[in-house]
Design a protein around this ligand. Structure first.
Ligand code: CTP
Length: 399
């Protein structure tokens, strides 16, 4: 989490400099403390006043300016940072850093800092693919510098290709990841999320209100904490978390196949998906036209995916969800035992702030040894971290 973290943003002279405004705002929104250092060329694209206003801090760019409180700017800035972010990073500054050149305040600060450095390149497509630039980035990457790869698309120089600054959510996620302890390193977490859709003709299906928010939050937090993540998701409007293996599926049968064929590599399975228990027995190849006043549709049971995993779970840790509208604890405990889970996350969908579509959840966690843990309302990212903490603790108990 960026709260109270000290972020040093280094801006160099590229047209994408204007996008840094939004990055700084987002850092401030997340309660980070932001300081900005700019090159002289960056000031051609965006003003220090804008950066100062948004960061709520004095902006630095001159190596030799006389400052009011005596302090050696490049050293104090370098020491200030918990994380230094170079955005946008031009081919020029990447080349300088890779060659050990420190000829202005920004490159000097970036040389002096011991904080992790995150580089967000943005440049013309041909510059980006130039082997010299590629070699410089490989060298820096091998030395432990972190990168957010540029995106593919329309560039300011009216060409199309790889070189545009990565999207802001991706850069923010990379910042969060850089500042998060990698306490789940070595785990491979398979997560299912979202609803399933069970079609009965080419235009219609049976489904439920699951948004995927809980499963996607689990995937993003597990990724930040260093786990390898495979996210198998039914239809959801959410963007897949960066860095996770993403397998989109439609039906419960698709989800079962995807889960079972990826089970081998998983050390932990979290089944957050709202799987449809039944599917229409036949799927009409053409649209069903309306006719009589009533229509009866025959449904057939879908496989219970988590129960199948429970039968062959080996050393894996198996976590399920139970969303109930009555008898929450009794129903959840029965599912935990019947499906051979290690832990079940239960929520009461009649409670305000819990369940589908919301950004918050109110959960109770039940364990095999009978323990019950009740948690207050939290946003889904905090809920996800809490569940991952408990998974880590259970794993530690095993050893
Ligand atoms: N689940 C599954 N496959 C299914 C149905 C459910 O893997 N066909 C998983 C869910 O992902 C969840 C857990 O089982 O982790 C409990 O799901 P839930 O729908 O609450 O329970 P059901 O066992 O389907 O029971 P019911 O719908 O009768 O409450």
């Amino acid at each position: 989490m960026l709260k109270d973290k000290k972020i040093l943003i280094g801006i160099t002279g590229g047209i994408a400099a204007y996008k840094v405004c939004e990055i700084i705002r987002e850092c401030v929104r997340r309660d980070a403390i932001v300081k900005v250092v700019m090159t002289e060329h960056a000031k051609e694209f965006i003003t220090p006043l804008t950066m100062q206003t948004l960061s709520r801090n004095v902006v630095f760019s001159d190596m030799f300016s006389l400052i009011k409180d005596y302090d050696i700017a490049h050293i104090s800035l370098a020491e200030f940072a918990d994380l230094a972010v170079l955005v946008p990073a031009t081919a020029n500054v990447i080349g300088k850093i890779a060659s050990g050149i420190a000829d202005d305040l920004l490159t000097t600060v970036f040389m002096a800092t011991k904080a992790p450095v995150l580089i967000c390149p943005a440049m013309n497509v041909n510059m980006y693919s130039n082997p010299v630039v590629q070699q410089n980035m490989t060298k820096l990457s091998d030395l432990g510098y972190l990168f957010v790869d540029p995106g593919y698309g329309e560039l300011a120089c009216q060409t199309t290709g790889k070189g545009r600054l990565a999207e802001i959510p991706e850069i923010m996620e990379a910042m969060e990841t850089a500042l998060t302890d990698k306490d789940l390193c070595g785990e491979h977490i398979l997560i299912t999320a979202g609803p399933t859709q069970e079609p009965f003709d080419p235009v219609r299906f049976i489904s439920n209100h699951s948004s995927g928010k809980m499963g996607y939050a689990l995937a993003a937090m597990a990724k930040r904490r260093g786990a390898q993540v495979t996210l198998i998701s039914g239809p959801s409007s959410l963007p897949p978390p960066s860095g996770a293996e993403f397998i989109p599926v439609l039906t419960a049968l698709d989800m079962r196949d995807a889960v079972m064929s990826n089970l081998n590599k998983a050390t932990v399975v979290i089944k957050a998906a709202a799987v449809a228990d039944y599917r229409p027995i036949t799927v009409s190849p053409s649209k069903i036209k309306k006719g009589a006043d009533s229509l009866i549709m025959e449904l057939v049971r879908n496989p219970d995916i988590i129960a199948e995993i429970g039968k062959e779970k080996g050393n894996r840790l198996l976590v399920g969800f139970a969303m109930e509208s009555e008898n929450l604890i009794e129903n959840a405990r029965e599912k935990l035992e019947k499906k051979n889970m290690d832990m079940i996350v239960a929520n009461d969908l009649t409670q305000e702030g819990a369940g589908f579509q919301t950004d918050t959840n109110i959960i109770k966690i039940l364990y095999r040894n009978g323990r019950l843990e009740e948690l207050p309302i939290m946003n889904k990212k905090d809920v996800a971290n809490h569940i991952l903490d408990r998974i880590r603790a259970l794993k530690a108990e095993e050893h």
